[in-house]
Design a protein around this ligand. Structure first.
Ligand SMILES: C[S@@+](CC[C@H](N)C(=O)[O-])C[C@H]1O[C@@H](n2cnc3c(N)ncnc32)[C@H](O)[C@@H]1O
Length: 196
């Protein structure tokens, strides 16, 4: 079982955030999906679809099983393998563009800070970005990194763990924030389609 039984405070904080956000019909990105719990929960709450991304093939296998166990049509939660850091994009990798209403990432401090520009590039203007996997003492580092992209930032905490959430800023003069990050422009890399 990949991380994500629902017992860990960071997962619970993300589930509480999703419960308040999903009204019906949203496009959700679950970055660092693990067992798939957050993306599955989002669909169960009424999201139109969620996309699960993980760096570990084993996590995607687990997520795929859990999608089936929860009777979610595979098309409502496609799964993609994220490239490992500094990996050369092989010929087998394709690109896909997406744009999301909600981005949730429960993946610890270092990947959250390293992936900041990429993660925000996946969101529509006004999208809510939820970031977890961080300790109370690490909130300021995450906030410092993301405050240029997010507004109305709030922080929820449980047992010393935290989840930071904010809305993607609308930058005047730009159609949306993605224009500022063309290099990252909404590209999810994936290997064919082995996980759906
Ligand atoms: C703490 S678990 C969270 C699992 C589940 N989303 C949850 O909330 O319970 C973090 C997951 O992020 C994945 N991960 C870590 N670094 C990543 C990266 N750079 N890109 C994509 N996934 C990553 C790990 O493989 C792991 O499955």
């Amino acid at each position: 079982m990949a991380f994500g039984t629902g017992e860990h405070p960071t997962t619970r904080l993300c589930l509480i955030l999703l419960n308040g956000l999903i009204k019906g019909g949203e496009a959700v990105l679950d970055y660092g999906t693990g067992s798939g719990i957050l993306g599955i929960a989002a669909v169960k709450m009424g999201a139109a679809f969620s996309v699960g991304v993980d760096i570990e093939p084993q996590a995607l296998s687990s997520a795929r099983q859990n999608i089936a166990l929860n009777a979610i049509e595979p098309g409502r939660m496609p799964l993609y393998l994220a490239p490992v850091k500094d990996q050369t994009r092989s010929d087998g990798l394709k690109t896909r563009t997406e744009s999301f209403d909600v981005i949730i990432a429960n993946i610890l401090l270092n990947p959250l800070t390293e992936l900041a520009e990429e993660l925000v590039s996946y969101g529509k203007p006004g999208a809510v970005v939820g970031l977890s996997g961080i300790l109370h003492d690490q909130v300021s580092q995450v906030e410092e990194k993301y405050s240029k992209y997010l507004e109305s930032i709030s922080v929820s905490e449980m047992n010393g763990w935290a989840c930071l959430a904010g809305s993607l800023k609308w930058i005047k003069g730009h159609h949306n924030i993605q224009a500022l990050h063309r290099d990252f422009a909404l590209k999810l890399l994936f290997l064919g389609n082995p996980w759906t």
